[in-house]
Ligand binder design. Structure first.
Ligand code: 13P
Length: 251
């Protein structure tokens, strides 16, 4: 059985005080939540202070990106081992906003994911089609290219330390969630690709998260789908009560 993973991507929101303040509230609200992995992803500058606030809780810490080199003359970059140093267990890689605004490619996603995993992090690798691609009936082709590129050369061990997040770009921040059936269709497709690439049992063990306007009132329907194993939440993860309600989807 796959343990559900609910991750909050805070994007470019929250000062250190706001982040630690929210985490304090969230800890109480999810203290009794069992059988769900809960992760929050603040901005880089808040990571280490949020890590301190999370000590002894059942909430884990993610960064929103990383670089693939360990150190060197790379102004502005952050290495995976420094994320571990700051208290992270996870890192989001290849979010559509990074692909769209910062030139992230399947090749850089692949390098980042491998570097993150070798530093001991769990890589949350994001894929997703734009509205134009969906309307042109290219959803499966786009997802296949992103997935194969992002996971190129992965060993079974590297795969086991990864999570896939399917985030249709047209559903991000728009309030337009994919329907349960639309999301499930792509998740099942992703799992079938994983079967072809890595075999049945590795594919069965993989968690595939859905992201795109996940809210407390639609999470249950999404989570009831066979191949949806969690959520990557943007807007609704910024408030403790709504994120806790999503993390507590089963209760
Ligand atoms: P929203 O939940 O705000 O649509 O954002 C989704 C997302 O991009 C999470 O990574």
């Amino acid at each position: 059985m796959r343990t559900p993973l609910i991750a909050g991507n805070w994007k470019l929101f929250k000062t250190i005080d706001e982040a630690t303040g929210m985490v304090k509230e969230l800890k109480t609200l999810v203290a009794a939540t069992a059988g769900v992995e809960i992760v929050v992803a603040p901005v880089f500058t808040a990571l280490s202070r949020v890590a301190d606030s999370l000590t002894g809780s059942n909430i884990r810490l993610a960064a929103q990106d990383c670089f693939w080199e360990e150190e060197g003359a790379y102004t502005g970059e952050v290495a995976p081992k420094l994320l571990v140093d700051a208290g992270c267990s996870h890192v989001i890689i290849g979010h559509s906003e990074r692909r769209q605004y910062f030139g992230e490619t399947d090749e850089t996603v692949n390098k980042k994911a491998k570097a993150a995993i070798s530093a001991g992090l769990t890589a949350i690798v994001c894929v997703g089609e734009t509205l134009a691609e969906r309307e042109a009936d290219r959803t499966f082709t786009v997802i296949e290219t992103q997935l194969k590129g992002g996971l190129a050369g992965f060993s079974a061990d590297q795969l086991a330390k990864s999570v896939i997040a399917y985030e249709p770009v047209w559903a991000i921040g728009t309030g337009k969630t994919a329907s349960d059936a639309q999301a499930q269709e792509v998740h099942a497709f992703i799992r079938s690709l994983l079967v072809n690439l890595f075999g049945q049992s590795a594919a069965e063990a993989m968690r595939i998260l859905y992201g795109g306007s996940v809210k407390p009132d639609n999470v249950k329907g999404l989570m009831s789908q066979n191949d949806i194993d969690g959520a990557l939440v943007g807007g609704a993860s910024l408030k403790a009560d709504s994120f806790a309600a999503i993390a507590n989807f089963a209760s």
